[in-house]
Ligand binder design. Structure first.
Ligand code: GLY
Length: 410
């Protein structure tokens, strides 16, 4: 166990010392947790099972009711197999393991694909989780191959990974999006798996540039930042998702990607500048005057007309990120309680589907891209994925366990 995990574990031990200890994966589903948590995971299991027949028939993965099943190249293809791996982790049930392995294999060719930065979402949530839970060599290789593919999008001048390709219509020469922070996790894991430090070096450079150029002084950020590929210079902030004014937009899912991303940067490097940055983002979000009482954000914190549509995916990602941050931060208790409230809200009738309804998706009231009118106030497979992840983290923290308890590094 490295020193950062030891530190995290020590904090958790202090926070939840009175709770019983778990000893194996199979016990998570029987672990001490409020009934609403186990009920929610039962819904996740039923909904995931309800999707499985169609997934297997088409060898494609679900994205949303609006967009249906998608080919493996879709940015969301890793989330459904990721949910199946989490259900295996929760239950220890071999059936989930087999289904997770079957669906993960549909993404096989994506480990070599470098058409955008989303290879991290595709491969880490599927193959990455597969490796952490089974130790199978083929999954480890896929993570390293994917990191190699993602590395081809790094540029020495800009010192960042190019998230999307240049776009003349939008006047983007080298667009970097905040979501890209999430895909750095793959790079650290690939260095551990391969011994090649270049992946970690790229991740650190990307994170440092993102801190410098992507964020405003209040720790909010726009979706897109464009760089000059010739000189490496910052060109401008822009939007694609979130509100259209890049000076004020604070797209809620993007803020959650950033919070989660800088938290994982601290986990992986132990560099306290990332911890402070993640805490500052958390403070901006938790103290935002437009944060609703139930802590499920609107689609943009600074949208022109509040109240407006919610984005439950932003709450799910934020809850999972805050639970990890709670294990490192002096403000840990506050972050834990905020995440708990988000999860309680998402587990209420308003947001949690009844089994068999909602197209077999788990979470309601998620928003893909409000201004584009795409997947608005509906379902999103990544809302379901991060909700499931956050529930598992919540159980572990309530049972005196590291949130990485199944990681072979432990
Ligand atoms: N990563 C794309 C999105 O969050 O919509």
């Amino acid at each position: 166990m490295n020193k950062f995990y030891s530190y995290a574990l020590a904090l958790m031990l202090t926070a939840v010392v009175c709770l019983p200890q778990l000893s194996s994966a199979q016990e998570l589903s029987k672990a001490n947790a409020p009934t609403w948590v186990h009920n929610a995971l039962e819904v996740v299991g039923k909904q995931a099972k309800g999707m499985l027949k169609d997934v297997k028939k088409n060898q494609q993965t679900p994205r949303s009711i609006e967009r249906g099943l998608r080919a493996s190249s879709d940015w969301t293809s890793g989330f459904y197999p990721g949910i199946l791996w989490y259900l295996y982790e929760y239950s220890g049930n071999e059936k989930w393991r087999q289904d997770a392995a079957t669906v993960t294999a549909y993404l096989e060719k994506e480990q070599y694909s470098n058409h955008d930065h989303d290879i991290g979402f595709r491969i880490y949530c599927s193959y990455g989780n597969g490796y952490l839970l089974t130790g199978e060599e083929q999954y480890k290789k896929a993570v390293v191959n994917a990191a190699k593919a993602l590395s081809t999008r790094f540029n020495d001048k800009t010192q960042t990974i190019m998230s999307w390709n240049a776009n003349e219509e939008r006047d983007w020469k080298y667009p970097v999006i905040i979501d890209n922070m999430m895909n750095l996790e793959l790079m650290f894991e690939a260095t551990r798996f391969s011994g090649d430090p270049s992946f970690t070096t790229i991740a650190i450079k990307h994170a440092l540039q993102t801190m410098k150029f992507h964020y405003r002084s209040d720790f909010s950020c726009p979706h897109v930042v464009d760089y000059d590929v010739e000189t490496g210079a910052f060109r401008r902030m822009d939007y694609n998702n979130g509100f259209s004014d890049p000076k004020t937009a604070a797209w809620s899912r993007g803020q959650s990607w950033g919070l989660y991303g800088f938290t994982l940067m601290y986990r992986e490097t132990g560099d306290t500048q990332y911890l402070a940055f993640a805490e500052n983002i958390a403070e901006y979000l938790l103290n935002h005057p437009n944060m609703p009482d139930d802590m499920v954000p609107y689609w943009d914190y600074n949208a022109p007309k509040i109240p407006t549509m919610r984005d439950a995916s932003a709450a799910a990602i934020m809850a999972s990120g805050l639970l990890e941050l709670s294990t490192y931060s002096k403000e840990g208790h506050k972050y834990y309680k905020a995440a708990e409230l988000m999860l309680q809200s998402l587990s209420s009738e308003k947001y949690l589907a009844k089994p068999g309804s909602n197209g077999h998706y788990v979470i309601k009231h998620a928003t893909g891209n409000y201004l584009n009118g795409s997947e608005v106030d509906g379902t999103l497979i990544y809302a379901d994925y991060y909700y499931t992840e956050a529930l598992l983290r919540y159980i572990k923290l309530n049972n005196n366990q590291s949130i990485f308890s199944y990681d072979p590094r432990q």
